[in-house]
Design a protein around this ligand. Sequence first.
Ligand code: FES
Ligand code: FES
Length: 165
Amino acid sequence: MKKEIEFMLNEEKVIVEVEPHWTLLHLLRETLELTGAKEGCGVGECGACTVIVEGDAVNSCLYPVMEIEGKTVTTIEGLAKPDGTLHPLQQSFIENNGVQCGYCTSGMIMSAKALLDKNADPTENEIRTSISGNICRCTGYVQIVESIKHAAGSMKNTQAAQNGK
Ligand code: FES
Ligand code: FES
């Protein structure tokens, strides 16, 4: 039997009926038509389904939908500004060839965002650890790490410019 849940999704309140056995990924893709998070393995191994819940990167294919009641969820669809300006991570993945087939990309970016939101100046090791649960079958890891590094740099520069105003 369906149950109603309420949570914040990409800064908007969502009230929706769900089947208690659904995963968060199922709700996002099949009901809310947010298809940025991908289903790769469906068992928590590949990271293609990564979204951010309460500030942490999670595998939405394993996340029980009933557990998002009252929580804050961010998906790749929530990253660009309303005027279409891409998030620095999205821009950097384009500019630094961090995208090949693109299947892993939204998961990679969400894992990286969860890192940069907590640590604006990560080391390469910290970057690699943050995406250690994300598999790229195109094996573009060097460009992906570069993309995250450049995004961190450009976000720091923007912050410094804003502070200098
Ligand atoms: S689809 Fe969720 S970890 Fe692979
Ligand atoms: S770009 Fe193809 S799986 Fe990563």
